[in-house]
Design a protein around this ligand. Structure first.
Ligand code: SF4
Length: 195
């Protein structure tokens, strides 16, 4: 399943890969979001993604999300976004990400989003690096958390709306996360955890 509908949004699932192994991840389950089977047998090409999108004019937004981390396919995300902006300029584009792209690529990639991405939702997941690593098991260790905060800061220069998200697990101090988001002058979204 490359493109799937949730609410009035069209979600794009472009990779299974991720640099985290979060304990609450849908990848740990047989069937993912909304009953859709999201495990990809192979990563779809640009052409396959565009075909799967079809005409998105009726949707509130198109969201890169999926089963894995979409920014592991940064060039594809940019190419699809460029296509959408050219052909459907009124449909906003959102990326849901683990926020580790600058660590993955070893440089600041956020300027590439300018004019293409309208919203970025970055999973903060915890109020400090230790807790983040316990919960998300990043390949980069605790460094991942500091990089995520820096990534959010940098995104603000190029993307109109930057959102940090946390899952409302009992072990997470949501108020501390809220203060972190306030310090960065970005929104905080609290996601409900479904067991
Ligand atoms: S960052 Fe997202 S895709 Fe990656 S393991 Fe965590 S929840 Fe799953």
């Amino acid at each position: 399943m490359i493109a799937y509908k949730l609410g009035n949004s069209l979600y794009l699932n472009i990779t299974n890969r991720c640099t985290n192994r979060c304990e609450f991840c849908i990848r740990q389950r047989e069937i993912g979001v909304g009953g859709y089977d999201l495990r990809l047998e192979k990563e779809p090409s640009l052409k396959e993604i565009i075909e799967a999108i079809g005409d998105p004019s009726g949707y509130k937004e198109v969201v890169f999300c999926g089963y894995g981390e979409p920014l592991l396919r940064l060039q594809t995300v940019l190419d699809v976004s460029r296509y959408l902006k050219k052909n459907y300029p009124n449909v906003p584009i959102r990326i849901n990400t683990n926020g580790q792209a600058n660590l993955i690529y070893g440089e600041d990639i956020t300027p590439q989003f300018k004019g293409l991405v309208d919203v970025i939702s970055i999973s903060l997941n915890a109020e400090n690096a230790e807790k983040y690593q316990e919960l998300c098991h990043s390949d980069y260790g605790k460094e991942a958390y500091y990089s995520i905060l820096e990534f959010a800061r940098k995104c603000k220069n190029h993307i109109p709306r930057v959102v940090l998200s946390v899952v409302d697990l009992p072990s997470i101090d949501v108020e501390k996360c809220r203060r972190l988001a306030e310090d960065l002058c970005v929104e905080l979204r609290v996601r409900i955890y479904y067991e």
